[in-house]
Design a protein around this ligand. Structure first.
Ligand code: NI
Length: 226
């Protein structure tokens, strides 16, 4: 499953935060990569205790909670606090897989990464390269979204960020543990949820709307872990 979720931040908010991100201190992204990923990772990250990371991460989490599309698609149980990265001067992140289990900085908590997310802070015209290339097993998809938009994709995929050859690419990235671990079940639930939504919009009083809504919730009850 791969899904773009527009307008997690407004263009103005994304621009304001980008200005702050341009001025803050960055450290080598390799410090937080595993041995294998560290060999192909060439970017910078904000330290977890950077106050900008906490402020901006908090806002993103707040917006996610209010995004019906995100809640519908991810069925989130836990969301890792967003981290931030910068790619500049040819920086790239070669093919890698994300870790299965991630720790919450500064807390004795861990989560299983079912979904990976990237929120873009730079507009596509501000930089060359810097595409997120996701190999879903059925070919590659190249993702480069407007500032303030987010992409949600399966953490099981092999993916990379191509070299940024002009300008700078700022983004937030984080992982989600879903109540529904299996991606195909999540996809079916999203499909059913959307179908019920359009049926409800057209014929709200049809008795099938209630039955299908019941079916959705009973499937979720079967499949969700909380
Ligand atoms: Ni990754």
């Amino acid at each position: 499953m791969m899904l773009a979720i527009p307008d997690i931040l407004t263009p103005d908010e994304a621009r304001m935060f980008r200005l702050e991100l341009e001025q803050t201190a960055w450290s080598d992204g390799r410090a937080s990569a595993g041995a294998l990923a560290g060999r192909v990772k060439d970017n910078q990250q904000l330290a977890d205790d950077n106050p900008l990371a906490a402020r901006l991460g908090g806002l993103i989490l707040e917006r996610l909670a209010r995004s019906e599309r995100f809640m519908q698609a991810a069925l989130p149980l836990k969301v890792l606090p967003p981290r931030f990265n910068r790619y500049v001067g040819g920086g790239a992140y070669g093919d890698h897989v994300d870790s299965a289990v991630l720790s919450v900085p500064g807390a004795p908590l861990r989560l299983r990464g079912d979904l990976s997310a990237t929120v873009f802070f730079s507009d596509p015209e501000d930089y060359d390269g810097g595409e997120l290339v996701i190999d879903s097993g059925l070919g590659e998809t190249r993702v480069k979204l407007p500032a303030g938009h987010m992409v949600l994709y399966s953490a099981r995929t092999v993916h990379r960020v191509t070299p940024v050859t002009r300008g700078a690419r700022f983004a937030a990235f984080f992982w989600i543990e879903s109540m529904v671990r299996q991606g195909d079940r999540r996809a079916m639930l999203l499909d059913l949820d959307e179908a019920i939504g359009s049926l409800r919009a057209d014929t709200p009083d049809h008795p099938a709307v209630l039955r299908l809504t019941g079916l959705y919730h009973n499937l979720l009850r079967e499949w969700a872990d909380t």
